[in-house]
Design a protein around this ligand. Structure first.
Ligand code: 26Q
Length: 788
């Protein structure tokens, strides 16, 4: 149906005519969606059949979030028909761009962790590996952000619409999940919840592999309710389970609904996996690998034990052996407040049998530690249950065969500090897997102009083997290539201006340096440092008539968790400063500030390619990896950042001379924290510039008389600046000056940019997934089509 443009046009026109309307973009979108789905379905069925025949090991990636973003364009790319469809539609008077924008954005994640899961699915399918996602079909994804009067407001989103044709409901595969009730074996007084799967195809780039993303929806069960339970209450509580994604990404609140979501998803997924197991239960680890994305699905460990013990009838030893050879765990954070801990009483009430199993896992592990004469402090650190609290990270390490961090520095910190005792206990479990991003979405789809330039220069082999981007290295001194690269960047900047400019009254200078800071708002990510620096530039421009810097546009984008007051005030502060800067006729010739509302995957696709400078300025040691840093790099944006997370590896690859690095190192930060020797007040006293900035915060001058910025002041002064914004401020300002100087030498600048693109291949998630597969999951590539 899709082999050529003409065939596509014919089929498309025929179907559109059948709708009775042939000019309506909404109908065109629906028709295109249905056509894609038909093409995919055949390969999907074929893939599943091949997997069944092959009988080889399957990976299941358990994640509470899958931030997949819009799928239409990506699917067309992966099917290899994007150009045909684009041209065909154009000739029929439609714009594919416009149709793509009709797709409601599935924002089923908060940020990095959820987007990583989505990139991994894309890579698994591209590498023709049997790996699938298991998660929750939230009715509402992450809230839509509006900026009102400079403040963030949150609006509910609905990504599920009538024309949605991306998924199929599989009633036949529904399972029942037990909550509450008494202990096994009676399962009396249990409240059953039905889990209904919705399957979404994950299309591999060429090759015909179509894997599955299975998202569970909670519905009322047909089974009888406990006598004491009110039906309406039950109905509402059930619907709530898959109603909404929690909008926190760095603070755990211990809410029962969150625990319900976790258990719901893990139990449903495990029951299905066991039910369709193609081998005797004792061979589970040879046929199944389960990766848990942070501790959110760690309850899968005792739940798998429960199923093996109570349903399959295995003995403890055997069940434990199988479980700990099947499950592996990825850690994404070392922030204390983001470490999951559950009250024993909550677990005991919601999932009594599961809690009983956790107690037994804990008892046995403690007995083992005692036998080894483990010291008291280490014993406490390694206790799963400690003082009425269940520490999920400890459970996850004890119950897994492999544990990893997401960048080398992060893994080292886990081994040497956060999980030191567990690392000593199980040294063989720990490994690093530096994150990656799918170059198919973040370069090929987001930046076709750069893709063309690269392919024209080094051929197209890099598309399959992104590491070959290093063939670009030699172009770092090729003037005509540098000119072409600069022209591409200009195109992407112009496009971004069109994209964000529609609703703006002030003009963005397309020739200015585009300096972009996009990510969730958090203290450790230090958007505050960026905006304080912009305020200081404003002051200098106003006061020093010799200071007339090259024009720069500072872009911000990102959401704050609705309950995170400090982060919300930083958003407000950015908008206040933006207003002041952009309205000043003198200042705005030099600097300009843009806050992009509702930053999401689609906005990201427009922003990463347009950046000259990538702001990656987290407090060293706090950002586990970062993945936005890789998206900028792959599009030729140059990192201005600290030696944190994967920035360290980016700099290792491009060299210090091709990045702008500043600030304290992770060791220095950790020392200051450990010995409590940092005094923010002293840093303020020593610097007239900081003194003045802080004084303005104190007076509320920056609050524009609207809100107040008490949380920011409190954080910097009363709380002793926990993320070292003031301590790193001058170093940050210094590196900005160096950056602007470097930009003045255009040849040097675009050479740096080339170097970044050339070294970015290693950060393709294809590399990450291949490493997981080789070292952890041990999957085999399965060819679905027997062709080239
Ligand atoms: C947990 C319990 C209750 C409510 C919410 C949560 C929750 C949800 C999401 C906790 C954390 C998250 C997300 C964390 C996250 O995105 N971490 C990021 O993961 C990226 C991928 O590995 C890294 O690149 C980032 O450095 C890391 O911050």
């Amino acid at each position: 149906m899709f082999d050529s443009k003409e065939e596509f046009k014919k089929e498309f026109t025929k179907r559109l005519k059948q709708t009775g309307e042939d000019k309506d973009p909404g109908l065109a979108y629906a028709v295109l969606g249905a056509m894609v789905r038909e093409v995919v379905e055949k390969d999907w069925v074929r893939t599943n059949k091949r997997y069944e025949e092959a009988g080889t090991k399957q990976l299941y990636y358990f994640s509470i979030e899958f931030l997949i973003g819009r799928m239409l364009g990506q699917n067309l790319h992966n099917l290899g028909i994007f150009p045909i469809v684009q041209k065909g539609l154009q000739e029929l008077g439609f714009s594919l761009d416009e149709l793509e924008e009709m797709e409601p954005e599935p924002g089923l994640g908060n940020g990095g962790l959820g987007r990583l899961a989505a990139c991994f699915l894309d890579s698994l399918a591209a590498l023709q590996l049997p790996g699938h996602g298991y998660g929750i079909r939230y009715k509402g994804g992450l809230f839509t952000q509006r900026i009102e009067n400079g403040f963030q407001s949150e609006y509910p989103t609905n990504w599920i619409t009538e024309t949605g044709n991306r998924e199929i409901r599989r009633d036949d595969l529904s399972v029942e999940i037990p909550f509450y009730g008494r202990l096994h074996p009676n399962l009396k007084d249990v409240e059953w919840v039905k889990a209904v799967p919705y399957d979404m195809p994950i299309i591999g780039a060429s090759g015909g592999t179509v894997n599955t993303l299975r998202l569970w929806q909670a519905e009322i069960s047909g089974r009888p309710l406990p006598e004491t339970k009110d039906f309406e209450e039950y109905e509402a509580e059930t619907a709530a389970i898959s109603d909404r994604l929690y909008p926190n990404d760095s603070l755990v609140t211990g809410k029962i609904l969150r625990l319900k979501q976790q258990y719901f998803m893990c139990s449903a997924s495990l029951q299905t996996i066991l039910r369709t197991l193609p081998c005797p239960i004792r061979q589970l680890p040879d046929h199944v690998a389960i990766q848990i994305n942070d501790t959110h699905p760690a309850i899968a460990i005792p739940e798998l034990m429960r199923l093996l013990l109570d349903v399959e009838g295995l003995e403890w030893e055997e069940a434990w052996n199988l479980t700990t050879r099947t499950i592996s765990y990825t850690n994404h954070t070392i922030l204390g407040e983001a470490m999951e801990k559950w009250d024993s009483s909550l677990l005991a009430s919601l999932v009594p049998r599961v809690y009983e199993i956790i107690q037994e896992i804990d008892r046995r592990f403690k007995a083992q530690l005692q036998e080894q004469q483990c010291k008291e402090e280490a014993f406490k650190k390694m206790s799963i249950i400690d003082g009425g609290i269940v520490k999920m990270a400890v459970l996850a390490v004890v119950g897994s065969y492999k544990v990893n961090g997401v960048a080398q520095l992060h893994t080292d910190i886990l081994k040497n500090r956060e999980l030191k005792e567990l690392h000593r206990q199980f040294p063989e479990k720990f490994h690093n897997k530096t994150n990656g991003i799918t170059h198919r979405r973040w370069l090929i789809k987001a930046n076709p102009e750069l893709t063309k330039l690269i392919t024209d220069s080094i051929g197209e082999e890099w598309i399959k083997k992104p590491i070959l981007l290093n063939n670009l290295e030699k172009f770092a001194i090729d003037s005509s290539f540098l000119e072409a690269l600069k022209a591409v960047k200009q195109t992407k900047k112009n496009q971004l201006i069109d994209h964000v400019g529609k609703s703006r009254d002030s003009l963005i200078d397309p020739l200015s340096i585009f300096d972009i800071h996009i990510k969730r708002f958090h203290g450790y990510k230090r958007q505050l440092m960026n905006i304080l620096h912009i305020q200081s530039l404003y002051d200098r421009i106003k006061e020093d008539s010799t200071f007339r810097p090259y024009p720069r546009t500072f872009f911000f984008g990102g959401k704050a968790a609705p309950g995170y007051e400090f982060a919300k005030q930083v958003i407000k502060l950015i908008n206040v400063v933006a207003d002041k800067v952009n309205k000043d006729p003198l200042v705005r010739k030099h600097i300009h500030v843009v806050f992009v509302e509702d930053y999401n995957v689609s906005h990201g696709e427009k922003m990463f390619p347009a950046a000259d400078v990538s702001e990656q300025i987290s407090t060293a040691s706090k950002e586990a990896s970062g993945t936005g840093n890789m998206k900028f790099m792959m599009n030729g944006g140059i990192t201005l950042g600290t030696l944190d997370g994967a920035n360290v590896e980016i700099v290792d690859h491009v060299g210090k001379e091709n990045a702008f690095i500043f600030g304290l190192h992770s060791q220095q930060i950790m020392m200051l924290e450990k010995h409590k020797t940092y005094r923010a007040q002293e840093v303020i006293e020593e610097s007239p510039e900081l003194k003045r900035l802080i004084a303005r915060l104190l007076q509320g001058e920056l609050s524009d008389g609207i809100g107040n910025i008490s949380f920011i002041r409190k954080q910097l002064v009363d709380l002793n600046d926990p993320y070292f914004v003031l301590k790193d401020f001058h170093s940050y300002a210094g590196v900005h000056e160096k950056m602007v100087e470097a930009y003045a030498d255009q040849k040097e600048w675009w050479g740096m940019s080339v170097k970044n693109i050339a070294e970015s291949g290693i950060f393709s998630s294809d590399r990450t997934i291949q490493q997981y597969s080789d070292e952890v999951w041990r999957l085999e590539k399965i060819l679905v089509r027997i062709e080239s």
